[in-house]
Design a protein around this ligand. Structure first.
Ligand SMILES: [Fe+2]
Length: 375
């Protein structure tokens, strides 16, 4: 029963809180942030506005947007060099998961001179994370990963594309500015896929084994907010639906400190093998994963159904939701066939997320689950 409850940092939440970013930095004496974002966001009007608002306060941001969709080590090295070249004094991670991952990894590298991958948690490298991390704030512009309240970053090797996880409690942002207005222009397919990632985080965190009532409570309410708002956020966005989705994404990431489960292991396999969007991959595997979990956590699944007020099995509900927000619901429609199953099952089994599943999942189980999701 012994467990740790680690809850996040100061989060300013609500429409317009982005305007507090400049005063927040100024009060603390910061004047030269490295603003890490992605190439698409760098072209958006709201980014220019943020830059100009900072400038009015004599805060001169250097915008660094030269990053990949799946961040690689060289993105971090180039960002670290920019931070030093422009004598930056703090870091802002602005965007979705990729921007925040790179920003967080740059923050780690500034006072840690070893090779980035020397700090990988799996090989015990987190023990080398001993020096100060620059002041780091996050500004999410999607409602999915919840990376704004995360303490880890996933960076791939440039050559092998192998994903490496860097984790340390000090990599948590010192402040988060979660402004739902920044997500108002997100296209429907991005809202849909990222929203399904957030839903999977909340569901898997709730179903993960272990005693963690704080996470469980947050996850249940996160699921309810998504049930109320994802369809609207995709099909006819309102400020309320956007705010609910941003809150639910953040809640999912807070809750999954308890762990995730087999659905994420299968999603990771699909992204590695077939380059599927992570949220879409979760949506595709959710019904099969929930059916599998019926044998171990049926009571908890019933509690979710009751909490959100549906009178159908959660697995069917998630499939219908996926369809109603315009996403595909089977693997075969994306060109995945029987021939891919052995490889996918092997990758899923090697992934660590399913260790948190209440019941053990074998490689053979994964083969069955991928088969189930084909049609
Ligand atoms: Fe996820």
């Amino acid at each position: 029963m012994n467990t740790t409850f680690s809850y996040p940092t100061m989060v300013r939440f609500g429409n317009g809180v982005i305007q507090e970013l400049g005063p927040h930095l100024k009060e603390r004496g910061y004047a030269k942030p490295l603003l890490v974002t992605d190439p698409a966001l760098a072209k958006q009007d709201f980014l220019n506005k943020i830059y100009d608002d900072l400038k009015i306060l004599n805060i001169n941001a250097h915008i660094f947007h030269d990053i990949h969709k799946n961040p690689v080590k060289s993105d971090v090295i180039i960002g670290e060099a920019a931070y030093k070249k422009y004598s930056c004094d703090c870091i802002i991670g602005l965007g979705g998961g990729a921007s925040m991952d790179v920003a967080r990894a740059i923050a780690l590298k500034i006072n840690h001179p070893r090779d980035l991958f020397d700090y990988v948690e799996l090989t015990g490298g987190d023990k080398f994370i001993t020096e100060a991390i620059p002041y780091f704030v996050t500004v999410p512009t999607t409602s999915g990963t919840g990376s704004e309240v995360g303490r880890s970053t996933v960076i791939s090797d440039d050559d092998t594309h192998q994903k490496k996880i860097l984790f340390h409690p000090t990599l948590l942002a010192k402040a988060v500015f979660a402004d739902p207005e920044l997500t108002m222009e997100l296209p429907p397919h991005v809202t849909a896929a990222t929203g399904m990632d957030a839903l999977t985080h909340n569901i898997e965190a709730y179903l993960a084994k272990g005693f963690h009532p704080l996470s469980d409570g947050i996850a249940l309410e996160g699921i309810r907010l998504i049930h109320e708002s994802l369809h609207t956020a995709v099909n006819k966005p309102t400020p309320e639906a956007r705010a609910n989705m941003m809150a639910a994404a953040l809640m999912g990431a807070v809750a999954f400190q308890k762990g995730l489960g087999l659905i994420h292991s299968m999603a990771h396999a699909l992204s590695t093998h077939k380059d599927l969007h992570h949220g879409l991959a979760n949506a595709l595997m959710m019904p099969a994963g929930l059916n599998f979990n019926e044998k171990s956590v049926a009571q908890k699944i019933r509690r979710i159904e009751k909490h959100i007020g549906i009178n159908k099995p959660l697995a069917i509900y998630t499939r219908e939701l996926t369809q109603s927000i315009g996403l595909p619901t089977n693997l075969s429609s994306l060109g995945i066939s029987e021939a891919d199953i052995d490889r996918l099952a092997k990758l899923a089994h090697e992934d660590g997320c399913h260790q948190c599943n209440e019941v053990t999942v074998t490689e053979n189980d994964f083969k069955q689950l991928f088969k189930e999701a084909l049609y």
